[in-house]
Design a protein around this ligand. Structure first.
Ligand code: PLP
Length: 370
């Protein structure tokens, strides 16, 4: 007999009210979906919208993943092998390291552990969207401080915005999407404030100076790193945080126990055993970045910004950003377009192989001529 649901709560009545209108994070589609939309074979397209590594992982990754013989056993919740190998790679004690399912998970863990309802994260826009998204999901709020006309962090404005409900300032360096680094003296100034300073170094292997070893003398510093870019492992989701040992210990207790799977662990250890290969590829990407920058700068009305990362933010002729983006997509070149008004004329182009650079340049000439 069918029971009546009249007067009963619906499933969404149990949800935290601020999440009922949650807009999803604007993630990028996989290459087969993008190719289908463009109506061409995937092999003819160039996916340059996710800042992924065009050379993929170290060849040792497939070998070590194939050799994993304990797939029926849960991975080590204490992540000892990974944290030990990372500690040696970074020159920091393993007690300061927590590994996550992508650095996205470390952002989520930090914010979940730190933010009470209504606490604030200072966000220096334009920047990576996950800080604002995650703060919102956790019940926090963001205080937006706009970067200046060169996309530099306005340190005075950040410091002036700190109040007793401000817990974190999040800064990507190199920044996504602008590609510039925050000067070390600015980071020092931020660290003097009574808040956690989250330095996201997702692109540090392509430029800039890491502050990972500063954690020893700055207990309010958290550094995020990832294997998604330099490591070519975006699909396996491996990131990590470096932070004061007592905070790392708390995150290790608060995380889902088996958050990094055995295949990912094998991939990370294989990568760390083949650093020279990854560094050589990073050098190729940096060379290609400078080649692409020079080629784009030649185009009338096109203004690429210098970058320390594996992508370029590039200003299109005024009012043409969206049209150029759409034309590139029709030609099978997928780049990143932003709905944010201040970036309406800009496209972000990930650096690919030399062949992909040629494809981008040819497609861009065509798009600009339309
Ligand atoms: C600045 C920044 N941080 C973090 C991430 C996410 O990294 P992961 O793949 O490790 O979650 C990205 C991805 O694009 C990024 O641009």
């Amino acid at each position: 007999m069918a029971s009546s649901n009249a007067g009963r709560k619906g499933p969404l009545d149990f949800v935290r009210p601020h999440l009922l209108t949650l807009a999803p994070y604007e993630a990028v589609d996989p290459p087969d979906v993008l190719a289908k939309k463009a109506g061409m074979p995937e092999s003819q397209t160039a996916k340059l919208n996710g800042n992924e590594n065009p050379y993929g992982p170290s060849p040792r990754v497939a070998e070590m993943m194939a050799a994993v013989n304990r797939m029926h056993i849960y991975p080590d919740p204490a992540q000892v092998a990974m944290r030990t190998a990372l500690g040696e790679f970074l020159g920091v004690p393993k007690d300061q390291i927590v590994v996550g399912n992508g650095s996205d998970e470390i952002i989520d863990l930090v914010f979940r552990c730190v933010l009470d309802q209504g606490d604030a994260v200072i966000n220096c826009e334009p920047t990576f969207g996950m800080y604002e998204f995650t703060a919102h999901v956790c019940g926090g709020r963001t205080i937006t401080i706009e970067r200046d006309e060169h996309f530099a962090v306005d340190v005075d404005a950040v410091l002036a915005a700190v109040d007793e409900r401000t817990k974190i300032v999040a800064i990507a360096s190199p920044n996504n999407p602008s590609g510039n680094c925050t000067p070390l003296e600015d980071i020092e100034r931020l660290l003097a404030a009574d808040i956690l300073v989250l330095m996201d170094e997702a692109y540090i292997e392509f430029g800039g100076t890491s502050v990972a070893t500063w954690v020893a003398r700055h207990p309010n510093l958290i550094v995020l790193r990832t294997f998604s870019k330099w490591g070519g492992l975006a699909g396996l989701r491996i990131g990590y945080g470096i932070m004061a040992a007592e905070l790392a210990d708390l995150l290790l207790r608060a995380k889902p126990p088996y958050n990094v799977n055995q295949a990912s662990e094998a991939a990370m250890l294989a990568t760390l055993s083949d650093i020279d290969t990854l560094n050589q590829r990073a050098d190729l990407i940096v060379l290609e970045r400078e080649k692409m920058l020079a080629a784009l700068a030649e185009m009338p009305g096109v203004d690429p910004l210098p970058s320390e990362a594996n992508f370029l933010l590039c200003r299109m002729p005024e009012g043409r950003g969206k049209a150029v983006y759409e034309s590139l997509a029709r030609q099978g070149v997928f780049v990143r377009y932003y709905s944010r008004a201040s970036l309406a004329d800009y496209l972000r182009i990930s650096i690919g192989t030399p062949e992909q650079t040629t494809q981008v340049i040819e497609a861009m000439i065509q798009a600009l001529a339309e």
